[in-house]
Design a protein around this ligand. Sequence first.
Ligand code: NDP
Ligand code: OXD
Length: 313
Amino acid sequence: MEQGRILLAVTGFYPQRWQELLSAEREVVLEPDGPQDPTITYAVVWKQKPGLLSRLPSLRAIFSIGAGVDHLVQDPTVPPVPIVRMVAENLSRHMTEYVVWRVLDHHRQGLLYRAQQSRRVWHEPQQRVASDISVGIMGLGQLGRAAASALLSLGFRVNGWTRRPTTMDEVATFDGDAGLVPFLNGTDILVVLLPLTKDTQGIVNHGLLRQLRQRNALGGAVLINAGRGKLQRDADILRALDDGTLKEASLDVFETEPLPRTSPLWRHPKIFVTPHAAATSDPAYLAQPMLEQMRAFERGEPLENLVDRTSGY
Ligand code: NDP
Ligand code: OXD
């Protein structure tokens, strides 16, 4: 197979660095150029414009710059060529850092200490040990498993919830609809690392949060969402914090991004906000593996990390 040209169509990331690194090896056309170019065989995309990819007559494969592919799977105009998603050590490490950071901050009472510091209060509250806390990870995939290993090494108890049955050493695993309530009932800190699909949209709602273990060593249940904003109902999270269903939350993703300046989530004293920054795709680490996949594909080898369009991730 001939060396294919790339259409680079990214919104929300700076395309220049991707363009520079990918064009070291092959020709790159930056969207809005090239929408019907018959010499383009690959599209490297993030939140591409709807309909864009359907006009490329020779498209052979689509590469998502991110691990999530809802921007592709939910666009019915995306042609039926293979979609490769981002799976990389660099991404897993970043997500693990975020999860460990947020779990430790809630566990070690960061919110309380910040409030005490602002009032110059010298007071040591009771501190429980990590083994008193169960962290439940919704989505025990590439990112969830990496985070689970790190949390286990710190002494936390870990539960995992998946679509299909799975196992992981030292992790209590639950799956499917039948496993959801038992999973939640044994969870003190809920970490959401699910993909956004038709089955998971809006899953983090008040009814689900009510199932978390509230009488626990932390003094209440905690939510950490670093999956996708549309997995959650922002209004339900506010309600849960205000009625005591939740003690605190760390949110990296939101129903609307960027989070509108008028959103009450910004100013809520029990919410820690980051701007969808838990694990940003860094081209310095990710462009080379992408180019290697293209080379392998052209040698006739199978593509890796393919998306299953039926399950939506
Ligand atoms: P994977 O595809 O490797 O894992 C997804 C996990 O979710 C799997 O364990 C899967 O179950 C589970 N899952 C999917 N659907 C359901 C369902 N209906 N019920 C129960 N479990 C379900 O994805 P990654 O770990 O690589 O990434 C997860 C998500 O993280 C991405 O889709 C993306 O949205 C988000 N993300 C966010 C970033 C950020 O910066 N905030 C950065 C990178 C990713 P099973 O094992 O049975 O397939
Ligand atoms: C991703 C993201 O899916 O950054 O990789 O959200």
